[in-house]
Design a protein around this ligand. Sequence first.
Ligand SMILES: Cc1ncc(C[n+]2csc(CCOP(=O)(O)OP(=O)(O)O)c2C)c(N)n1
Ligand SMILES: [Mg+2]
Length: 361
Amino acid sequence: MDTTPIDLGSIDVLQVLDEHANVDASRDPNYERGQLVKMHRGLVLTRSFDQRMLTMQRQGEMGTFAPNLGQEACQLGQVIPLTADDWYSPSYRSFGAQLWRGWSIERLYKLWAGYHEGFPPPPDVNDLPFSIVIGSHVLPAVGIAMGMNYRSEPNCVVVNFGDGASSQGAVAEALNYAAVNTAPVVFVCENNGWAISTPLSKQSATNNLAVRGAGFGIPSIRVDGNDILAMTMAVDEAARRARAGEGPTFIEAVTFRMSLHTTADDPTVYREQELVDPWEARCPIVRFEHYLQRNGHLSQTEIARVHEECDAEVIAARDRFRADAVARPREIFDHIYGELPPELEAQKQAYLDRLDQKGVE
Ligand SMILES: Cc1ncc(C[n+]2csc(CCOP(=O)(O)OP(=O)(O)O)c2C)c(N)n1
Ligand SMILES: [Mg+2]
């Protein structure tokens, strides 16, 4: 099992399970059955949630939503090796990782439906709220890692950002600062091929984004992002290095955005289906299920049951969300400023008057 980060010039793709679920035995981490079953459940729950959210958005229950179809392994693998004392700084597409870290399904429903109760991370979960401002959250993640350095805490921070974000200046500054100061941070660049309608080829002259980490002197590695075992191993090794005071690692997770950028997007107007089709065969969940079956960890019947149970779990959470989520339109000015600036105070008054006129509570 060789997960040693590789120098610029020899950056390679780490893969344990190939597209046909054949295992590179020299790299198989041989996780225990209990861990493998938990990982599988996490993948399936992520997909069930994704599909339910899309339906709920189309039925008017969610404001918007950023699906992660096909990126489930990449997302879970980046947090599976973390402890509760490590920190995670997600992007808006990271709900699979959030579910694994301890966010409840109801909290995520509330978040995407616009209820402020859904936004704060749950108590005792060391996560930041996700960032929508592309790349901006990578700098504070390095800041948290520097805090660990100053306090000699043996922990690390994982921060996740996209291929598009990797072209932002803030990300370059974060990489450089972390490298120079040996910050215990794991940069996970989730290269899903697209930044909304912009393909990687239009925003990067190299299709190997791991060189962006290596260029700053950070040990960097490319990983098959649709291979849950490879992702988990790579992040585990990077987290171990970070906690041991050996500084940052840059992981380029190569995957593909199978679905919409967000529910406001229609990819059929800018990309051909032929580009998407080959990735169907690389489905991270099907691949892992073949592995589990071949190794006698789960039967076909047990796998089907996990899918049913996860679907039932997201439906039950939806029903609790519906019962609990009561719109309170009078609060919409209340959660940003401690003291409202005068122009917003005037807007608030006008808005409240209008609610009064319409008889809205
Ligand atoms: C600073 C900034 N610029 C532009 C946008 C608009 N925007 C939202 S998502 C996105 C694309 C991001 O692509 P990528 O980083 O590859 O992440 P992905 O959506 O593929 O997960 C852009 C340009 C933004 N949110 N923030
Ligand atoms: Mg992208």
